[in-house]
Design a protein around this ligand. Sequence first.
Ligand code: HEM
Length: 129
Amino acid sequence: MNETTGFITTLAATLICLGGAVMTGRAAKRRAHLTWVSGAVLFLATTIHFAGELGKLYELEAAGWIYPFHLLLAQVTSVAYLVVIVSGVATLKKAGRRKTHGRIAYSVLGLTVITAITGVWMILKAPLL
Ligand code: HEM
């Protein structure tokens, strides 16, 4: 699988799993929720790997300020996923934390969308090597 196909396929799989995680979380289907979440985390890690490979084909520095901005956002979003996992485990221990976990999860989903948009923007501004 080449970099572009790998990136698009795993990104689509990540989005499907995130959708499944939100639907099952809202429906309080815990076992299914954890399965979708595991899929999302695994596919997200694979997407990040392919994104790195894809980036090697472009002269990213030439994209300007969007390059360091996207990298910073990507790092913040990765750490934010750890916060979702911690708040999810906290919700398993005490159901009253569900609302907080939901808020954190939606914020991280928003960050993910912004990170994806800035990543596409960066690639569009960078010339191929
Ligand atoms: C990609 C990561 C995740 C997303 C997008 C996500 C999303 C959500 C959402 C939207 C809800 C419903 C909140 C509400 O309606 O107020 C929820 C509930 C829940 N989530 Fe997550 N979650 C994620 C990760 C996790 C993890 C890692 C765990 C545990 C290890 C977890 C455990 C739970 C539990 C226990 C509930 C409550 C279910 C119930 O009421 O029985 N979540 N999640």
